[in-house]
Design a protein around this ligand. Structure first.
Ligand SMILES: [Zn+2]
Ligand SMILES: [Zn+2]
Length: 260
């Protein structure tokens, strides 16, 4: 029961991160009615629980990443850090600064992300994070049958940062390239069930406005298929020309396909 809970929570957390914080809040790859946006926001917060990521802070940080990918101004460039822990410590510091508005992003990165002050106040609060952590712990108390099950619990508290570390580190370090972008982005897995399509960093940096992160026939991006289903159900409207101006490309980017 515990491994099933862990795997399901892992998959759903990164699924909503890719669907809501990344493809909607940061990139505006689709639009939806305000009520649907609230429902999706609430689902995201409940699923991510103790490691809920504020959509505004996520969008600002992520737009900075696209604009300055793998340069000294990138909030999480693996080339500028000795290990993933150091990289994520710096990333967390900037995220926290943007969240509390102690740090400001450039004006060009502002706007176009969902804002819901009540939900943000509740789900960003430490009491909410501790409550979710306590609920996970109660589940383990009730259902853990093997000592090693307990090793999974600390990871479950911080799934969001773990997904971030995997995507930001591996996606700009390990894997193959379809496009000759000037950054170090890579496609780490051809079928990305581990991070729900987020590990197609090279495809995504080459085409940051495309809601489909897969580019070649053998590549599978699960969130893209979910978006197509939501679109068919008329819950969202995929943008024919997404607001890519929200994520300015670095001036030196050269998105020439080399293998596609
Ligand atoms: Zn990237
Ligand atoms: Zn992106």
């Amino acid at each position: 029961m515990v491994p099933f809970f862990f795997v399901t929570h892992w998959a759903l957390s990164v699924f909503f991160q890719s669907l809501f914080q990344h493809r909607y809040a940061a990139h505006r790859m689709y639009t939806m009615k305000p009520r649907t946006e609230r429902a999706l926001h609430l689902c995201t917060a409940l699923v991510q629980g103790s490691s809920y990521l504020d959509p505004r802070a996520y969008a600002l940080l992520h737009r900075e990443h696209h604009a300055f990918a793998d340069t000294a101004k990138d909030p999480h460039a693996p080339t500028h850090h000795r290990n993933p822990l150091r990289m994520m410590r710096e990333t967390a510091r900037r995220f926290e600064g943007l969240l509390t508005r102690r740090l400001r992003s450039e004006p060009r990165f502002e706007g176009g992300y969902p804002e819901w002050p009540l939900a943000e106040r509740v789900f960003n609060h430490w009491a909410s994070r501790v409550t979710f952590g306590a609920l996970y712990t109660l589940f383990y108390v009730r259902f853990a049958t093997q000592p090693w099950h307990w090793l999974l619990l600390p990871a479950q508290f911080v799934l969001g940062p773990i997904h971030g570390a995997i995507v930001n580190w591996c996606g700009h370090r390990y894997g193959y390239r379809n496009f000759a972008t000037r950054d170090e982005s890579r496609n780490s897995l051809p079928v990305d069930l581990l991070c729900m399509g987020e590990l197609f960093q090279n495809n995504h940096h080459a085409r940051p406005a495309s809601p489909n992160f897969a580019s070649r026939r053998f590549e599978v991006d699960p969130v893209w298929h979910a978006l197509r289903l939501l679109s068919r159900l008329k819950l969202i409207r995929l943008q024919s020309s997404p607001a890519s101006q929200l994520v300015p490309l670095p001036e030196t980017t050269d998105s020439v396909a080399t293998a596609a």
